[in-house]
Write a protein that binds this ligand. Sequence first.
Ligand code: SAH
Length: 252
Amino acid sequence: MNILDNIRVVLVNPMHGGNIGAVCRAINNNGITDLAVVDERPETDWNEARKLACNAREQFEAIKKFDTLREAVADCTVVAGTSARTGFYRDTSYPVRDFAPIALESAKEHKIALVFGREDKGLFNEELALCSHIIQIPTDELYRSLNLSHAVYICCYEIYTALGIFQPSEESAEEANSDLRERMFDLWREMMTETQFVHDQKLDHMMMGLRRIFNRGKLTVPDCKILMGLAKQSMWVADQWRKEQNKDKKMH
Ligand code: SAH
């Protein structure tokens, strides 16, 4: 059982279809698929919602609808209300990053809910009273309230990253060994002389600089091959140029 399958996102009385669609996409980006809408509004533009859901079409079709928040969270242990405001018992709220491990611990065995309020009025006190936890997304006091779908994204993102399952893509090319690196440096040394980039007395100094630059990151086998190819081609061009010059001299 995937822990993320136990996390339900609940939107209470949302206004804008566009936000509902954006939420479908946001939760799917973070591996969450259980979405409920409570007390839907007759004026909600569901076409706009479908558009904003983009490729989260399946998610959009799977939205569960409930009349009350109480019904939507009935099977959940942790019920976390989100709020941008202070006051009521929001003062004991958790910053969302601190809440993420609590959510994951419970979701190992139980359904849990993340509850989001209306765009215009947030969650009412009686709705917050149903919540076992209150979570807050840190913001500047200049403007505390996030767009609904952004708030959902950040909460789901914190939980997803806390799970630690994301694997960043790794360099697949083999790392160059010292022998290949030294052959590359030899060619560059030769190239810097052949192209008259540096005079002999400055060559060692320049090589030190070059080594420092190239050793700043890991050099792979293909990296070294590119650098060797570049050095060889530069020497070939320098040679052609010298031949042209000699020809000119002979003609004059
Ligand atoms: N005008 C409303 C804000 C609604 S924003 C108010 O004053 O309460 C819509 C919903 O996004 C909120 O109900 C909450 O669920 C979530 N949200 C927005 N900003 C948030 C924040 N800083 N922390 C936690 N949740 C937030």
